[in-house]
Design a protein around this ligand. Structure first.
Ligand code: NAD
Ligand code: NA
Length: 398
């Protein structure tokens, strides 16, 4: 069949297998053009099928030549439905890795669950012995945990403020128009639940499970991702419900480094740049900020995508000797985004942006190009007229 994008608000319900493959290849090609990195040898990436997790896996494999195991939660094609983009990305990644003699296997299922942790441990034990790096890059709307009695409890995360409602400019992704949105404050329970889903508890569960099973190498590195951004997004991000979860994530890094001191574990949170991913598109206000940021960063020749960011994380930050941290103990990959000269120009445009000047004030085209690329569409060199087999195998899952 011919596969076309079907966009509904901030999600696309179809994905293009050849387009996803080309998108993965672009990131691999970029990585291979850079100097190699003396880095980890066996890497577990939790949340490996898209965005920052996929780019981390590409950096591990194609800059460090590491063996990788990727955990993701994706769907295969079924009937007239295509597979999810992350599914096609995993299939493509394994294929490219195999072509270069790199070990790559995928575990598809709920990373929050005990079973998936056990399956992963089994696979590490059987194939790799230990892992010397664990990347934790989940972005999930909910998490199910088993109670002591064995009953499932599901927590949902929300993208709301804490305390006061916040009204701001935003972009209506259906019409490309500037709108006003008011984001309501989360209840105490919603905040707690967001911390349960997006905080550090499950990251710590993973490290504990790997350590207890004896599959975590001495001196291993583990990293999870956070975001800070400019003041205009503080109410919805840094000081919002998601920000509370990110604070917990950061505390968890410090706790784990202390707790596993005798094992030499180094746990980090890296604060990354705002980029178009399936997760960031769902946050109110942020897409308009990203479109303006893209315009300015491209003009100043400072723009980076996930692959560029993750290359810098591996090559310049984590594996270049002493790891430079900010006053809160975090790695700052948002250094270019947060430069005063970038932010001043973004703020000036932000204050004046309206429907009439949206196209000049913001890189709307760049936003949508990146958005479509997440699902394998609008990628150069891909023949979208050609008939496609929607069913693709992830070799290691057969
Ligand atoms: P993404 O949506 O592209 O990736 C999320 C990944 O998590 C996918 O691989 C998905 O399969 C996996 N996943 C989700 N639920 C799962 C589950 N239950 N079990 C197993 N896998 C599951 O998101 P992203 O933007 O790359 O986000 C990754 C991390 O980076 C998040 O912590 C996010 O907050 C952070 N971050 C993102 C940005 C940004 O602008 N996108 C900026 C800074 C930090
Ligand atoms: Na990811």
């Amino acid at each position: 069949m011919r596969i076309e994008p079907r966009v509904k608000g901030f999600i696309c319900t179809t994905a293009h297998p050849e387009g996803c493959k080309a998108h993965v290849k672009q990131q691999i090609d970029y990585m291979k053009q850079q100097d190699t990195t003396e880095g980890p040898k066996s890497v577990l990436v939790i949340g490996a099928s898209s965005g920052y997790g996929l780019a981390s896996r590409i950096a591990a494999a194609f800059s460090c030549r590491a063996a990788t195991i990727g955990v993701a939660f994706e769907k295969a094609a079924r009937g007239s439905r295509t597979a999810t983009a992350g599914w096609y990305n995993c299939a493509a990644f394994e294929e490219f890795a195999a072509a270069e003699g790199l070990y790559a296997k995928t575990i598809n299922g709920d990373a929050f669950s005990r079973e998936i942790k056990e399956q992963t441990i089994e696979l590490i034990r059987r194939d790799l012995g230990t892992v010397d790096m664990v990347v934790y890059s989940l972005a999930a709307p909910r998490r199910t945990v088993m109670s002591r009695e064995g009953a499932p409890i599901t927590y949902s995360s929300v993208l709301k403020t804490v305390g006061q409602p916040y009204t701001s400019k935003s972009i209506d992704l259906r019409t490309n128009q500037v709108t006003q949105v008011t984001v309501e404050p989360a209840t105490e329970e919603e905040i707690d639940n967001t911390v349960k889903v997006m905080g550090g508890e499950d990251w710590q569960d993973w490290i504990a499970a790997l350590d207890e099973a004896g599959v975590l190498a001495d001196g291993a590195v583990t990293v999870a991702y956070s975001y800070i951004g400019p003041e205009l997004t503080f109410p919805i991000y840094r000081n919002g419900s998601i920000g509370m979860a990110k604070r917990h994530l950061s505390q968890t890094a410090a706790t784990m480094t202390k707790e596993y001191r005798d094992r030499g574990l180094q746990a980090y949170v890296s604060v990354n740049k705002a980029l178009v991913t399936q997760s960031s598109s769902a946050i109110p206000i942020v897409p308009l900020y990203i479109s303006i940021l893209y315009k300015i960063m491209k003009e100043m020749d400072l723009h980076e995508g996930c692959a560029q960011q993750m290359y810098r994380l591996f090559h310049d930050k984590l594996y270049s000797g002493e790891v430079a941290l900010d006053q809160d103990g975090q790695i700052r990959l948002d250094d270019y985004e947060m430069r005063p000269e970038v932010q001043e120009r973004v703020m000036k445009l932000w204050e004046n942006v309206c429907d009439e000047n949206l196209q000049e004030s913001a890189d709307i085209q760049g936003y949508w190009d990146d958005f479509y690329a997440l699902f394998g569409f609008r990628i150069q060199g891909v023949d979208y007229e050609a008939d496609q087999e929607a069913d693709r195998v992830i070799p290691s899952l057969c």
